[in-house]
Design a protein around this ligand. Structure first.
Ligand code: MV4
Length: 674
């Protein structure tokens, strides 16, 4: 076994590889870009080498810089992770030429699977089932139309060099064929620089089922069963699971054997995935082979008990596969959900910003367990526009699919994230969806279930509003508890701030919901009892504190007789309320005014109170300003916010211009004494 391993990647997969390498006693070398100097994967390794700028082409895609880092640190092997250089034939070859072990297949195997039509020709020879179609060299339009007519409509035209769903056209009849072919070829030429296409029968309601294969340098091949990755959105996997629901022992064996035949046909070594498309009746056809470790490999680890990164490193060091086919067994059921910083209500637009809070329920990392989290970021880290905005993979294991799904639902409901938008509530709805629960899976599930998965924004539940208001009172020290069941009775009299209004004590909180709509909560204390008034309706409220920190209140409430527990994260004026398995975000009105007070205490530096976009700047360096003058306007959570000067002074510097995106906590303007 080599002693030093360089990990040519970042984020969770770099941390994942480092965890196993270190467990095996290897020294690990991280590489990092300007944007990643303080990131978790650097901390996870023994050494780190800076390789360039934030953009991937300036760092993680620079083969020469990575090879130089390996030489400099004495690394004998390079693990490429996934993405970046993992399926780059030239990089695999450059490693081999430099005498460094590439933890992956030979360059020739990457090349053989690179072109769809060439791979299909190879697979056909190896006896791997293919979708009925034409994948030859003849590209004459009349000839291709005749092929389509013979296959029978609908057919699918696919760019040979395509991938990820790009360069595909469904054709429903012969008369539409010529135009679809021309348009597919135009897209293929401009996207891939190659307009070669193939024609296939178009399958309806297909499932994406893939087989994990492994081969060593001694000629041994095994498969580690299947994963079902049918739940996708625009060719991005959302949920993966193993085993595939409804899989029979015979079909598993047939698919496993077909996958091994595919790997053999290209002289494969290491971890690979053979993707099949499966019809509702179980017939399956080769789609493509991924010549790397995949994002979803943990679900295979969870059902087989094997560490696939350890397997990769052993094979790369020339050892035999750790287990033979007969020794591999499958146990229980595993699911993975990809947690992303993105906004499902805005077309899954990445959500850029700082993870002010990031907490998972009790879990293990990068290894076997009922709840596993493979992550690459920590609290305080920033999701930048430079890289994939995945926060973590949540992986669960259960004795069967129902238990795994129940664990996933529970774990999703227990994650706490503040500072940016995530897909967690969407994943929760997906997991709870009837079609998913009944394993009625196909690649169209998310679209088919669109209305259930993207419900119109529901009104904020009263329990969430009550939790928010009670949490603010707790955090601001107005009350140590509220209600008869609490340890200490509330004593609003002790707080002197205009709390007392005409004999009762009341406090109004003006919030804006995620759509910018006002939501007002009026809390009243009268004769030892609290109540919440919303839109003129009053309900009795009691609460007690479960745990309390300035930025986080865990409360139990009883609202109109119903009990709820909840967790409220308070991040300057933004509140994230977790209760009953869902989450809601509220902003206190007048937020910006408060943020400025903090700014003045911090020596006149004005920081963005939330992530957003600069709309306009009213001052420039050298301008004198008075307390209350407008400095700039920013947009956040669909609202415009005016930032006023907290004091008299002179503008020393303005750090941003209109159009710039800023994360929260970013200094916007410096003001000095005049
Ligand atoms: C297909 C198909 C139906 N019939 N081929 C999409 C990406 C590419 N790798 C293959 N894809 C498909 N090929 C035939 N003959 C439907 C898809 C497809 C799909 C496949 C796997 C997972 C998700 C998908 C989503 C839409 C379409």
């Amino acid at each position: 076994m080599f002693e030093t391993l360089l990990i040519a990647n970042r984020g969770e997969i770099a941390c994942r590889v480092a965890a196993t390498a270190r467990r095996m006693g290897l020294r690990t070398v991280a590489v990092y870009s300007d944007a990643d100097a303080h990131s978790r994967h650097v901390a996870a390794c023994d050494m780190a080498v800076h390789i360039g700028g934030a953009e991937p082409r300036d760092s993680y895609l620079r083969a020469e810089a990575i090879l130089a880092a390996a030489k400099q640190t004495g690394a004998q092997a390079i693990h490429p992770g996934y993405g970046f250089l993992s399926e780059n034939e030239a990089f695999a070859k450059a490693c081999a030429d430099a005498g460094i072990v590439f933890v992956g297949p030979p360059a020739s195997a990457i090349a053989a699977m690179g072109s769809k039509s060439a791979a299909k020709a190879l697979m056909e020879k190896a006896g791997v089932p293919l979708v009925p179609g034409y994948h030859g060299d003849n590209q004459d339009p009349d000839f291709l139309r005749q092929q389509a007519d013979a296959i029978g409509y609908p057919v699918l035209i696919k760019a040979s060099a395509g991938g990820g769903g790009k360069g595909m056209r469904v054709v429903n009849s012969s008369v539409e064929f010529d135009e679809a072919l021309a348009s597919c070829k135009r897209e293929a030429a401009s996207s891939f620089g190659n307009d070669h296409v193939l024609i296939e029968r178009y399958l309806l309601k297909p499932r994406h089922i893939e087989i994990q294969v492994f081969a060593d340098t001694l000629g041994n091949y095994v498969h580690l069963f299947e994963r079902d990755c049918s739940v996708q959105r625009r060719h991005q996997k959302v949920i993966e699971e193993a085993p595939a629901p409804g899989m029979t022992q015979e079909r598993r064996q047939a698919m496993g054997e077909a996958a091994i035949a595919a790997a053999r046909a290209v002289g494969y070594v290491g971890a690979g995935t053979v993707e099949f498309i499966a019809e509702p009746d179980g017939r399956f056809y080769f789609m493509e082979m991924n010549t790397r470790l995949q994002v979803e490999h943990p679900v295979t680890e969870m059902i087989t008990g094997q560490d696939l990164v350890e397997w990769q490193l052993r094979v790369a060091a020339g050892e035999a596969l750790p287990a033979a086919q007969e020794a591999l067994t499958l146990s229980g059921h595993s699911m993975e959900a990809r947690i992303y910083a993105e906004n499902p209500d805005k077309g899954f637009l990445p959500s850029i910003g700082t993870l002010a809070t990031l907490e998972f329920p009790p879990h293990v990392e990068f290894t076997l367990g009922d709840i596993r989290v493979d992550g690459g970021v920590r609290t305080g880290d920033t999701i930048t526009p430079h890289y994939d905005p995945m926060i973590a993979k949540l992986i669960v294991h259960g004795r069967d699919r129902d238990q795994a799904r129940a664990r996933m639902l529970q774990a999703l409901g227990d994650i706490r994230v503040a500072g940016l938008q995530t897909n967690i509530d969407f994943l929760h709805r997906l997991m709870a969806d009837d079609a998913f629960a009944q394993a009625d899976l196909d690649t169209g599930l998310i679209e088919r279930r669109h209305d259930a998965l993207f419900p119109p924004a529901a009104d904020l539940p009263d329990r969430a509003l009550a939790l928010a208001a009670a949490a603010l009172l707790q955090a601001q020290g107005y009350a140590s508890s509220g209600g008869t069941q609490a340890d200490t009775p509330a004593d609003p009299w002790s707080v002197a701030d205009g709390w007392r209004v005409s004999g009762l004590h009341q406090r109004v909180f003006n919030f804006l919901d995620a759509d910018g709509q006002p939501v007002d909560a009026q809390l009243q204390y009268d004769n030892g009892a609290w109540s919440l008034t919303r839109n003129g309706t009053t309900q009795a409220l009691e609460w007690s504190r479960l745990a309390s920190q300035p930025d986080r209140q865990q409360l139990r409430i009883r609202l109109a007789g119903s009990d709820h527990t909840g967790d409220v994260l308070i991040q300057s004026e933004t509140l994230t309320i977790y209760s009953g398995g869902d989450s809601h975000t509220l902003r206190l009105h007048d937020a910006v005014a408060h943020a400025q007070d903090e700014g003045s205490e911090a020596g006149g530096s004005l920081t963005a109170p939330m992530p957003g976009k600069i709309i306009s700047v009213a001052v420039k360096a050298g301008d004198p300003v008075k307390s209350g003058d407008v400095l700039l306007v920013m947009e956040a959570m669909k609202m415009e916010h005016t930032i006023f000067s907290p004091r008299d002074g002179v503008v020393e510097e303005v750090f941003y211009q209109p159009g710039d995106q800023v994360t929260d906590g970013t200094q916007l303007i410096a003001i000095v004494d005049n």
